[in-house]
Design a protein around this ligand. Sequence first.
Ligand code: FDA
Length: 304
Amino acid sequence: MEKLLRTMLQSLGTNRKAHRLARKYGLRFGASRFVAGETIAQSLAAVQTLNRQGKMATLDHLGEFVSTQEEANEAAAMCIQTLDAIASSGVQANLSLKLTSLGLDLGYELCLANMLRILERAGQHGLFVRIDMEDYAHCEIALNMYRELRETYANVGIVIQAYLYRSLQDVEDLGEIGANLRLVKGAYKESPKVAFPQKADVDNQFLAMIQKHLEGGHYTAIATHDAAMIAQAKRFIAERRIPNEQFEFQMLYGIAEDLQDRLVEEGYRVRIYVPFGVDWFGYFMRRLAERPANVWFVLKNIVR
Ligand code: FDA
């Protein structure tokens, strides 16, 4: 039953009509628990609150289903505006983005040109940009673009998903170019041909990836709300005396806030992923699919 619900939510999250409908009605059904607002100003207010709590942030302007060059360029302009807003407000934050929102499906060169503009501006502000990892169909091309960008820019990192069979090798290969990686379990619906179907296998590979990248001396963002994984990572970090400056814990806005606070109190670096924008539906569906109990939270919001 839970598996079926998860599959339904993941499919709904990729449905264009549902996206259009959601956009029309604004942040509803409890989505504001996970999405900081529709505008840059609202997201910056959320970041200021997080900063006061001792947490850094990464801002993500939500956008999926880009189908024209104009839309891709607009998304890039929004990233640049967000970087400018981070710099002028002085908040502790960087930027996360998705390559498909910058036109990856329309053409490699279009997306690359947008990334170059964004990284150039980020560099001027001394800010870092993280490329989120999307579904498996985009994995290889995203890694290729990352490698190309990394030849010129040091202020760019990418995400590797533990559920993909290939990922431990990717972590090893990316270690050779000193990549700054965010390591996650993975949020998309993938075939057992490419991804571990069992949670235990995903968890094992997740830990192995964290250990490999830390051991190689590379900057590692450990992105999870899983208290058991965090405890094991902390143990490894203490045993190997990994310096605090070489890693950070990351969590999503509105999730596991107690755990976020505890890590801050313990003196770890903590960064919260803060999504904003009118195109919130796909992101919201992925958060519901991760924890189908969240669906009751949505139903309560509809009934209220
Ligand atoms: P797991 O799913 O095992 O959950 C552990 C516990 O955390 C649960 O028992 C529950 O208590 C809590 N929890 C987890 N998800 C919750 C939710 N939605 N609502 C409420 N509680 C929840 N994925 C991807 O494919 N590409 C990417 O680029 C990113 N980027 C990214 C950035 C950051 C900062 C984070 C934290 C995560 C991502 N992810 C991602 C998502 C990631 O792949 C994964 O789907 C989620 O983090 C959920 O997995 P956990 O590691 O938390 O473990």
